[in-house]
Design a protein around this ligand. Structure first.
Ligand SMILES: [Zn+2]
Length: 156
């Protein structure tokens, strides 16, 4: 992830999980929260007794309505659209695995050279094969493959 930030990328995380979990995963991988530009997740905190409390709905830009593609309470497509609106990206790469990632992939822009990256053998990969989107689709099984796909676009 550091290489992407070093290359000038904004890395954002959009998840149905809760923010403490995301921060713990980042820390576990030696990354500070500051590495990512934004985390869209359910808010959570620990009580003085050490109990984890998940407060519920995600905070932040977009994603305020139920997603008509996945049926989830938050729409990842709306979150992605709201975040990238007004930001002049050379291209957007969206990596995901679940059914609830489809909506965000449908927002990608083929003319800009955006890239949909579904995890191989997971639900999103099958959904993208069925739909034949105009954007480039590259399946991945590990983070190195995501890095290689993005880096190949940076060298023009
Ligand atoms: Zn949606």
């Amino acid at each position: 992830m550091l290489w992407a930030v070093g290359a000038g990328a904004d890395v954002i995380i959009i998840t149905d999980s809760f923010d403490i979990s995301v921060k713990e995963v980042l820390e576990h991988n030696g990354l500070s929260e500051g590495v990512v530009s934004a985390i869209f997740a359910k808010r959570s905190h620990y009580t003085e007794q050490g109990e984890l409390v998940i407060e519920g709905e995600m905070e932040g830009e977009g994603g305020r309505r139920r997603c008509s593609f996945s049926g989830r309470p938050r729409c990842k497509g709306d979150v992605l659209s709201a975040y990238s609106s007004g930001r002049d990206y050379d291209f957007v790469c969206y990596a995901g695995d679940g059914k609830n990632d489809l909506c965000a992939c449908l927002r990608l822009d083929a003319c800009r050279g955006d890239l949909a990256m579904p995890r191989k053998h997971w639900a999103l990969a099958g959904l993208l094969q069925e739909r034949q989107l105009p954007v480039s689709v590259v399946e991945w099984e590990n983070g190195d493959q995501i890095r290689e796909a993005i880096q190949s676009r940076l060298v023009v």
